[in-house]
Design a protein around this ligand. Sequence first.
Ligand code: G3P
Ligand code: CA
Length: 269
Amino acid sequence: AASANNTPVPDEKLINVAHRGASGHAPEHTMVAYELGREMKADYIEVDLQMTKDGVLIAMHDTTVNRTTNGAGAVSNMTLAEIKQLDAGSWFNSRYPEKANEDYIGLQVPTLEEIFEEYGRSTRYYIETKSPVLYPGMEEELLRLIDEYNLTGANARSSKVIIQSFYPDSLKHIHEMNDHIPLVQLLNQPKLGVDAVGELEKIKEYAIGVGPSFARINEDYVQQVRAEGLQIHPYTINTREQMELALTWGVNGVFTNFPDLFNEVIKDF
Ligand code: G3P
Ligand code: CA
């Protein structure tokens, strides 16, 4: 059982975010990885967004297709039709031969709309505006799709979507357009110690939580965030030991490539 200072508030479930889908098991940001995340009972599937030359939001981590497809070039210079010709699965088989599966060969890069069409309100989505400076209008297009697929709620709790970004301006812009969607400020280098409060106070003006790099935080920081009334979902936590440590520190959830493992750890904790 958890001790008093690390017990999450009673009606609050620990959230398990399938990072890029269940990307420890299958090629990141493919429908197979998302489907596995759902099967493994992740609470959210994480989707990183880039935007094509013709203005379509697609699920991809990098600004180029180089690492996760058999193509080359910047997403911003390619049309959706060009992106759709790429193989987004074979790289995984070469990189992780022990996890290779011939079903991954020829998987396509999904659009955000295809993901919403497939799952609708049957899952939750933790969506990142990945390179908002490169893609003017990406926030408007994201909100248009969230609205079209009826994924917002009357309040933060009922929303099927959390939007995350490393870019405060992207989140503030979204907050101005729609203040019902819960937002999470990602922090590559969170300010610790006496400097934490100032940073967190600013974030509280538009976001419900922070997503810091787990490698750069400590227990004190988790307590400071919680004391400010913010949620904390560190990324990316892939081992049992780190998961247990994060839970001991009192996090509200984690981004993980192994949502199956995190659910096991939660059960035993
Ligand atoms: O969004 C949380 C975490 O995914 C941030 O890092 O580089 O994996 O998008 P990255
Ligand atoms: Ca991400």
